[in-house]
Design a protein around this ligand. Structure first.
Ligand code: NI
Ligand code: MN
Length: 223
């Protein structure tokens, strides 16, 4: 059974016993919510949504230690390869197969954090389950298309406002994506992005048909 684990801010691990471990946006060093140190992370693939420090975070250090492959846009993958790390470059709209399934890059309305780049989100097919990780993004109408085309089983959505969607826009995003399960992130790391995940959960579930699970940093949920 696949398990999603929240490590605070925008960092998640997706794994299944005996299978590849995927880590999203590993910002642990300096993250007040981080339940573990970067040195303790084991990963086979590291998905990096953009170059801001609270997402690229410890990606290169973990990739080096674990000989993990970074999956990111060409600009970040190129930078990683320039440091002698393993990286697979993709770009928005492109899908690539991996032993666990596939990764497809989606648009994200946000800064790249690296010259010439783009921020992205990810649709990940992992042993039969489809997970949409929105990255840092504002609400956009094509999330409806992501919902229709990819039919995610789980949507991971930022709710902290200021840099990304806030609660009300994320509720609309959830209604566009139609994933039966929604998990919020990118909130309460700092006072600037304070948000009440219970308010988000209530509003999402009130819209009907979907379940919202709020994970405290360090908590896991079996998919
Ligand atoms: Ni950002
Ligand atoms: Mn961010």
């Amino acid at each position: 059974m696949a398990v999603i684990t929240y490590w605070g801010h925008a960092c998640f691990r997706l794994d299944e016993p005996g299978k590849e471990k995927l880590v999203f946006d590993p910002y642990l060093t300096g993250n007040p919510q981080a339940p573990l140190k970067a040195e303790a992370v084991e990963a086979d693939y590291i998905l990096v949504s953009h170059g801001h420090g609270d997402h690229l975070g410890d990606a290169y250090a973990i990739a080096k230690k674990c000989e993990a492959t970074i999956i990111a846009t060409a600009e970040i993958a190129g930078e990683a390869q320039g440091k002698g790390l393993k990286a697979h470059a993709q770009h928005i709209g492109g899908k690539h197969g991996y032993p666990f399934g596939f990764v497809k890059l989606t648009p994200a309305l946000h800064g790249a954090g690296i010259p010439g780049g783009h921020a992205c989100g990810f649709v990940v097919r992992y042993y039969g389950r489809t997970i949409y990780f929105a990255g840092d993004t504002g609400l956009f109408g094509d999330m409806k298309l992501i919902g229709e085309l990819e039919k995610p089983d789980l949507a991971l959505l930022p709710i902290g406002d200021n840099f990304t969607m806030g609660i009300d826009d994320a509720v609309v995003a959830a209604s566009f994506l139609k994933a039966p399960l929604v998990i919020p992130y990118h909130y309460n790391t700092w006072p600037l992005i304070e948000a009440d995940p219970q308010e988000f959960k209530d509003k999402v579930e009130e819209k009907g048909g979907m379940r919202c699970v709020v994970l405290a940093p360090g908590e896991s949920f079996q998919l």
